[in-house]
Design a protein around this ligand. Structure first.
Ligand code: FMN
Length: 175
């Protein structure tokens, strides 16, 4: 049996939840471990054949920890089967939900020379009740501008779980 590692960079937990779903599919075939990006070390990475990294967007950016991690482990990552996905709410829009038209995937590709074998983008969620006042106002304003949901009493989940299932099933057949 091969080993796979799923690494998440998540602020509010939704990317972690997506990673847990991927884990539930991949672990049917492979020994799989889920870990926060802040807890991965070179020695751990060496044990795995497939490495999947998921990261969310906040104010237009993936966290710097993603780029630091990739730079630090690029050689090792290049010796494995790898996948990267971004989680953001722009991806709720049909014309921004694939790797060729999502601005954050394009930004990712121009910010690093690392090229994972598989790349994808998934829509995240908005949970107004979780946000600090400034963030809540900013997100409300962005949602109003982009014709998104502005009801602050609700959780707005845009995630297409079947897309994540397909991504996982593609990976499951690759090692
Ligand atoms: C303060 C804040 C800023 C955000 N900025 C963006 C953004 O610039 N573009 C975008 O598409 N989504 C943005 N989002 C939406 C997040 O990407 C989305 O909520 C995602 O599900 C968060 O994943 P996480 O829970 O793993 O951190 C933002 C969310 C928050 C709370």
């Amino acid at each position: 049996m091969n080993n796979s590692l799923i690494i998440y960079s998540s602020t509010d937990g939704h990317t972690k939840k997506i990673c847990e779903y991927i884990l539930s599919i991949i672990e049917q075939k492979y020994n799989t471990k889920l870990i926060s990006i802040n807890s991965v070390h070179c020695e751990i990475l060496e044990e795995y054949d497939l490495v999947i990294i998921g990261a969310s967007i906040r104010y237009g950016k993936h966290k710097p920890e993603i780029y630091n991690f990739i730079e630090q482990h690029k050689l090792l990552l290049n010796s494995k089967i790898t996948a990267f996905f971004s989680v953001n709410v722009v991806a709720r829009k049909k014309d921004k939900n694939d790797i060729n038209n999502n601005p954050y995937i394009q930004k990712f590709l121009s910010s690093t020379s690392w090229r994972p074998n598989y790349l994808d983008v998934f829509a995240g969620q908005i949970v107004y009740s979780k946000y600090k006042l400034v963030d809540k106002i900013m997100i409300l304003f962005i949602m109003w501008l982009t014709k998104g949901p502005t009801d602050t009493s609700m959780t707005h989940e845009f995630t297409d779980w079947s897309k994540i299932k397909n991504f996982s099933n593609t990976l499951i057949n690759k090692i």
